[in-house]
Design a binder for this molecule. Sequence first.
Ligand SMILES: [Zn+2]
Length: 194
Amino acid sequence: MSSSSGGPNGEKLASGLEGAKKEADASPTGGNAVSQTTEQCPKCDCCGEDAHSKGQSITEDQFYGLEPVTCANGTVVPADPPNAQSYIRNLRAQCPGQFSQPPCNNYFIATADEKHAILRTWKGNKGGEARAAIGAADGEDVSHRVPKAAGGCPVGKGNLTKSSDLSAECQKAEGTLANRQGKRATLLRAGAGV
Ligand SMILES: [Zn+2]
């Protein structure tokens, strides 16, 4: 399931399904053929472009192992042990700049290909523009609040934090956090079989 970015027509085909004939599709308000098209091109809530992952939508707590994840195929990826959970909880309290904020707070079980596509976008022109938009200095580290491995938006301002916005302590935690993100993403992919 993806975050249904509820279109202007809030009324889902309440009753029209039965009577709807296949033929007329020109009428934009007609009740027929709606179900096929509404979910076709989900958008990223952060940058407005096409969504960066088609994978299962999960929460930040699930991504970081604070809660178990039941994958679409029925596999349950358990929560992490308590000490690992405390590490994340404490870090999130101390270093909120490295964790998500609305509207850029969508996590996914993203495939490796999707992650690579996100990385390419980030390394490309759009990424350069995004760096400039948040005032990152040349060569300055910029981290993604929702990591690329979780289908995080590569270029939306709300998903980016530049290193100079973080305390020295939080900067130091970057390596451990990145390591944790990679491991969780791998575990979730394995569970989901993607
Ligand atoms: Zn985006």
